[in-house]
Write a protein that binds this ligand. Structure first.
Ligand SMILES: *Cc1c(COP(=O)(O)O)cnc(C)c1O
Length: 406
């Protein structure tokens, strides 16, 4: 076994935007004994998690749970609904949108990548207007699906999914609507049914606070209908056999039992806190982070305040400073991991995750670590960000107290 003696005391600060820290309650739930996946108790567990997860997606329709990372659920969404050579319209919001597009090419689809020029696409959300115009121009209805990323984890931008739905409707276009909310789910409001999404893709290791290893496809009746005629090859990912087995709480193969215990626990924790409270907590922590970043005099990667991500904040560094060198100092001196710049943003920024099992003091310690690291790396900062973050968080705490007393 490798010895992780780099983390000698206290907790490692895992402030990357997924995997996020796993709460002790969830780790304990995972330590229950592994049971027979064809036995009677398993069916009860299966039905419980299949039902519970619907509340998180805000759907009445089936949610498929795969023993796979989010990337697998991306493939499942495409391969169950589309046929070789189908045109799909995707939007360039960042690295994850780019990877999903690359997968579409590899599967034999014909993706068209809409986006703002240069790096602008990576600093703004999905432009619903551009999607509407493109769909209106598609008189022959060749585009079979529109695919967008809800929370672009590589940049810290949360796009308006309801606006994309409206754009598709305004164009009167029959394309399916596929959304990746792998890092948005259980951090920021998401409404699978109300927003008319056909397949929502998500994963376990971000807002759900689970370890990596399970992922989801939330379906619509239209998506299920489409899967009956879609011709892309699929076997492991095929919805039909899974839906059949799920009726009684089972899977056609061995699911990851202990992660399902964890999922059950996570759903209970999230629903006990209340989804709206979970979203408000993420909004608050994100706002405190942005106040600190502004006090430092650094730039937030997301340019449009309407689409600031409640999940993570991308911080740009001044020209000539290698963001990865700053991250390395923070990792080695303060035992904290920050997200690196991906793709076009490599070395130019880092990402502070404030998702999942995170509260005011977790965030303040995180910001203190970032600030100390910036100073050690010789990044010129205007002033400490700590007073700004602390003032905002204490203000918010007093608002909550007043509300509780009223
Ligand atoms: C994490 C993430 C993925 C990839 O998920 P894996 O579990 O790493 O396969 C895809 N899209 C987004 C938006 C993500 O945050």
């Amino acid at each position: 076994m490798i010895k992780l003696d780099f983390h000698p005391a206290g907790r490692h600060f895992l402030q990357i935007p997924g995997p996020s820290p796993v709460p002790d309650r969830i780790l304990r739930a995972m330590s229950y004994p592994t049971i027979d996946h064809r036995g009677p108790e398993f069916g009860a567990l299966g039905l419980s998690v299949l039902d519970g997860i619907k509340k998180i997606f805000k759907t009445q329709h089936p949610v498929i749970i795969y023993p796979a990372s989010g990337t697998g659920a991306w493939e499942a969404a495409l391969s169950n609904t589309l046929s070789p050579g189908d045109e799909v319209l995707m939007f360039e919001t960042g690295h994850f949108a780019t990877l999903w597009k690359k997968m579409a090419v590899n599967l034999g689809l014909k993706p068209e990548f809409l986006g703002l020029p240069g790096i602008e696409g990576w600093r703004n959300g999905v432009q619903a207007q551009m999607i509407e115009e493109r769909l209106r121009a598609d008189k022959e209805r060749k585009i079979k699906a529109v695919c967008v990323v809800h929370n672009e984890t590589s940049t810290g931008v949360t796009s308006d999914i309801a606006a994309v739905r409206k754009a598709i409707d305004a164009a009167g276009h029959p394309a399916l609507f596929l959304v990746d909310t792998i890092s948005g789910l259980a951090c920021v409001d998401y409404r699978h049914d109300e927003w008319g999404v056909d397949v929502t893709v998500s994963g376990s290791q971000k807002g759900l606070m689970l370890p990596p290893g399970i992922s989801f496809n939330a379906l619509s009746p239209r998506a299920i209908e489409a899967s009956k005629t879609a011709k892309l090859p699929r076997a492991f990912w095929g919805w039909d056999e899974i839906l059949e087995a799920n009726k009684t709480g089972y899977w056609p193969y061995t699911p990851n039992t202990n992660l399902l215990y964890a999922l059950q626990e996570a759903v209970e924790m999230i629903l006990n806190e209340g989804l709206d409270n979970v979203f408000a907590r993420h909004d608050k922590l994100a706002e405190a982070t942005r106040r600190a970043v502004r006090a430092w005099g650094l730039e937030i990667q997301c340019r449009d305040p309407k689409v600031y991500s409640p999940v993570l904040t991308g911080v740009m560094l001044p020209e000539g400073i290698n963001a990865d060198a700053v991250r390395k100092i923070i990792y080695e001196r303060f035992d904290m991991s920050l997200g690196m710049g991906l793709g076009k943003m490599k070395g130019r920024m880092f990402r502070i995750g404030h998702l999942g099992d995170c509260n005011d003091l977790t965030l303040l310690a995180t910001l203190a670590g970032v600030e100390m690291g910036l100073r050690l790396a010789g990044v010129e900062i205007v002033t400490s960000g700590m007073p700004a973050a602390m003032e905002y968080l204490s203000q918010q705490a007093s608002v909550v107290q007043l509300a509780a007393a009223a």
